[in-house]
Write a protein that binds this ligand. Structure first.
Ligand SMILES: NC(=O)c1ccc[n+]([C@@H]2O[C@H](COP(=O)([O-])OP(=O)(O)OC[C@H]3O[C@@H](n4cnc5c(N)ncnc54)[C@H](OP(=O)(O)O)[C@@H]3O)[C@@H](O)[C@H]2O)c1
Length: 305
């Protein structure tokens, strides 16, 4: 099969592309850049099309289209301009792909779309257990995910098997949340983010990629899937386990105002959380290699201790 990945040059896309070619299929990465990242270069069966939005000819050549594009949610202050960039790079981009697909003579069979557990809202205590049928929250990220998912689910109307990935916090040392926390923990200044009761619904990168392949290669599956481990943990437990695996102390408490100063409204991603369970994935008999946080962290950090 020929599998196109919009946003395939990113953290998740790069891991996914490697796993797809290991299965014997080929990958076309769509990127605004003129070259592939180093880890994807010179690989048989991985090619690049330098375009933000795939055109009709590109789309007609694909069996499956995966869309992981989006400006990074973490890292820059959520100003009104930044919020619009976060929205446009997800919602408008999805709609533009949809418009190009409508002009195609031949369509991919399957569309797999990114989303996030931010759909469910953010809590610091009294967190409900969220499964795929739980309602959305009422903050900026929830509204963004609702709009993004609605744009993605339109692909069903073109006859494509459509899947939406409500992804949790992906753990890998190559980027994302864990990579950002490691320097502080390694230099003995890591700590619990107040209040510490907020829940982190995490997933090991290896399980995330296996889950996406599981959904990709089983034609009977469609709709919305939470991609999180079955055992979310509080920030307090996560921070203590991380410190313990690194043989470091965990004595500091990080105050919310410090995070708000750096990230603005986006700080909610750290001092609030959500308890999300992968109900539908488990119903399809998907087996997690890392269902518990301690072995997941031990595996991720074994080569870089
Ligand atoms: N990592 C996580 O923990 C996590 C958790 C939940 C949800 N997600 C979601 O999953 C998706 C993939 O995550 P990731 O961690 O792999 O993200 P990433 O490393 O930041 O990669 C995102 C990709 O999106 C593309 N992109 C960024 N801004 C764009 C724009 N304005 N127009 C078109 N393309 C743009 C980039 O492609 P080029 O620069 O090559 O064009 C990049 O390769 C994202 O939508 C993210 O929000 C991630």
């Amino acid at each position: 099969m020929k599998i196109g990945i919009v946003g395939g040059s990113g953290l998740i896309g790069s891991f996914l592309a490697h796993s797809i070619i290991d299965k014997g299929d080929s990958v076309v990465i769509f990127s605004r850049k003129s070259s592939l990242p180093l880890s994807l270069r010179n690989k048989d069966r991985i090619s690049l099309i330098s375009a933000q939005i795939p055109l009709e000819d590109d789309l007609e050549a694909l069996d499956v289209l995966i869309n992981l594009a989006g400006e990074p949610i973490v890292g820059a202050k959520w100003t009104p301009e930044r919020k619009e960039e976060l929205r446009a790079s997800r919602v408008d981009l999805t709609r533009a792909i949809f418009e190009n697909l409508k002009k195609c003579q031949k369509l991919p069979s399957t569309y797999i779309a990114g989303s996030a557990i931010g759909f469910y809202g953010a809590y610091d205590e009294d967190q409900p257990e969220c499964t795929e049928t739980s309602p959305p929250g009422d903050d900026f990220l929830s509204a963004l995910c609702v709009e993004w998912e609605n744009a993605s689910l339109e692909f069903k109307n073109l006859g494509l098997r459509t899947l939406v990935l409500r992804t949790g916090v992906v753990l890998t040392t190559k980027g994302g949340a864990l990579a950002q926390m490691l320097p502080a923990f390694r230099t003995f200044v890591g700590g619990v983010v107040n209040p510490g009761t907020q829940i982190l619904s995490w997933i090991h990168m290896e399980d995330l990629v296996s889950a996406i392949l599981h959904l990709l290669y089983d034609d009977s599956l469609s709709g919305i899937f939470n991609l999180t481990s079955p055992n979310p943990v509080s920030n307090e437990i996560f921070s203590n386990e991380l410190a313990s695996v690194l043989h470091r102390p965990c004595i500091f408490r990080i105050p919310n105002f410090a995070l708000e100063f750096i990230y603005g409204e986006g700080a909610v991603l750290v001092y609030k959380g959500q308890k999300v369970l992968p109900k539908r994935l488990e119903e399809t008999n998907f087996r997690f290699k890392f269902p518990e946080i301690r072995p997941a962290l031990e595996d991720l950090l074994k080569v870089s201790l």
